[in-house]
Ligand binder design. Structure first.
Ligand code: EPU
Length: 420
């Protein structure tokens, strides 16, 4: 196991390219099992543990996966021989539930381990299962596994009681090969959902309305292999913007889609950053200033992303003034608060709210990463802190950030990965 050693207070300065979006690539990898002819090639794939885990999962189902050195992944599902997602893989990555819809739709059979809870909350999947059951799947849960079967899924009207990103994606994939029309209401509008819909449409699916509350899917008989480049990662984009803002630095992010991080840009402007954008770049200049505190309330896209909450908590911990951070998506997504407190942050928790009183400085300390975005926030806190911060359990960061310490090093950070 490795740890990161960060010597803080070096302003982040320079240019960085963001990688492809983890949460777009994972459903696309799963959707690749649905093609009847040809191969699927996914480009702009980030180099991440979650990608490797998904590839292992598909591999053990018999999918032939090849990767080149640029991380273009080619998937041949004609060699598939089982429809089973075992506990030992699913437990390390909840997104494995994304194989359920594709397997059911294409093969009429799937056995997938229940994902269980995780550090950020209980995260059940009953909305995925209820929706698939409404489409005619027979679903049985026993011994920690979901066993699902059907002759053919039947198009249906599905209204999600609460917005769910992977639930919407599972349904999009499943309904693409269902008989007849599916209408998904209260659908997630995240850019990754839209990217998946574009990907499926190129494969031959008929999906309209992705990116709005109501998505209509007309089932088709077959899908074909395609090549597709995933969209850039908006959470990585936002994390690098905060890295510059928290250190009083200046950054230009390349290969980004500014409209996908509009609310993050708005909040960072409120914090005092000067930000300009072009079609594919975002430049932020903090001019050496201390940020001002900003209030945050998380919600489904286009509201403020829960996946950026921990990073903004780090920013507020050294900002001038007080702020309130309200987490509305996951019930336990404040694990970073305790660790930041060990660095001198003044944060009080009250149910799903954190009240942050900005300190003039944080002081480096050994801290422990508890989940992916919490890890990112501790690195950010370490970049701004006086002295040395050691972030342990960084396997979490490798699940979702492509070469983060190399990219930060290029930007002037003093950061080193060492074995523990
Ligand atoms: N929920 C239920 N029942 C369900 C499904 C969801 O109660 O059947 C609840 C969840 O517990 C949560 C809320 O609904 O309280 C929304 O969860 P959602 O289903 O939207 O989350 P997800 O699809 O499991 C994806 C991302 C997460 C991101 C959330 C919210 C992927 C692979 N994961 O998770 O990404 O935080 O949407 O935007 O797309 C991350 O990248 O660090 C990450 C955790």
């Amino acid at each position: 196991m490795d740890k990161l050693i960060i010597k803080g207070m070096n302003p982040i300065k320079g240019e960085v390219s963001v990688s492809g979006a983890k949460n777009a690539v994972l459903p696309m990898l799963c959707a690749s099992v649905m093609v009847s002819e040809g191969f699927v090639t996914i480009k702009n794939v980030p180099h991440l543990h979650d990608v490797t885990t998904t590839v292992r999962l598909l591999n053990q189902m018999g999918v032939t996966v090849t990767m080149d050195e640029e991380m273009n992944i080619e998937l041949d599902s004609s060699t598939m021989n089982n429809f089973y997602a075992p506990y030992d893989l699913v437990k390390t990555m909840r997104a494995s539930i994304l194989v359920l819809g594709p397997l059911l739709a294409k093969f009429g059979s799937a056995k997938v381990s229940l994902p269980g809870g995780c550090a950020i909350g209980t995260r059940p999947v009953e909305m995925h299962l209820n929706a698939l059951a409404k489409m005619g799947a027979k679903i049985d849960i026993s011994n920690g596994y979901i066993s699902a079967s059907c002759n053919q899924l039947i198009g249906s009207d599905i209204t999600f009681p609460q917005i769910t990103v992977t639930g919407t994606e599972n349904l999009l994939m499943a309904s693409s090969l269902a008989k007849g029309k599916t209408v998904i209401s209260n659908a997630a509008k995240e850019p990754e959902v839209v990217d998946l819909a574009n990907f499926l449409n190129l494969m031959g699916a008929s999906i309209k309305g992705a990116g709005t509350d109501v998505i209509e899917v007309e089932g088709v008989d077959t899908l074909k292999g395609i090549a597709y480049s995933a969209l850039p990662d908006r959470i990585e984009t936002g994390t690098f913007l905060v890295a510059a803002a928290i250190t009083g630095g200046q950054i230009t992010i390349k290969n980004a889609i500014p409209s996908h991080v509009e609310i993050v840009i708005e909040k960072l402007k409120e914090a005092g950053a000067e930000i300009t954008t072009t079609e594919s770049t975002i430049s932020l200049d903090m001019k050496g200033k201390r940020p001002r505190s900003v209030n945050i309330e998380t919600g489904p896209y286009p509201l403020f992303p829960t996946d950026m909450q921990a990073q903004l908590t780090a920013l507020n911990s050294i900002a001038s003034g007080m702020s309130t951070i309200k987490e509305n998506i996951f019930e336990n997504r404040f694990m970073h608060v305790q660790e930041m407190s060990r660095m001198g942050a003044d944060i009080k928790l009250n149910n799903n709210c954190a009240i942050v009183t900005g300190r003039t400085e944080l002081v480096g300390a050994p801290v422990m990463a508890t989940d992916l975005r919490a890890s990112a926030s501790l690195i950010l806190a370490g970049l701004a802190a006086k002295g040395v911060t050691e972030v342990e359990r960084i396997y979490h960061i490798d699940r979702g950030y492509d070469c983060i310490e190399e990219k930060l090093k290029q930007l002037g950070a003093d950061i080193l990965r060492v074995p523990m």
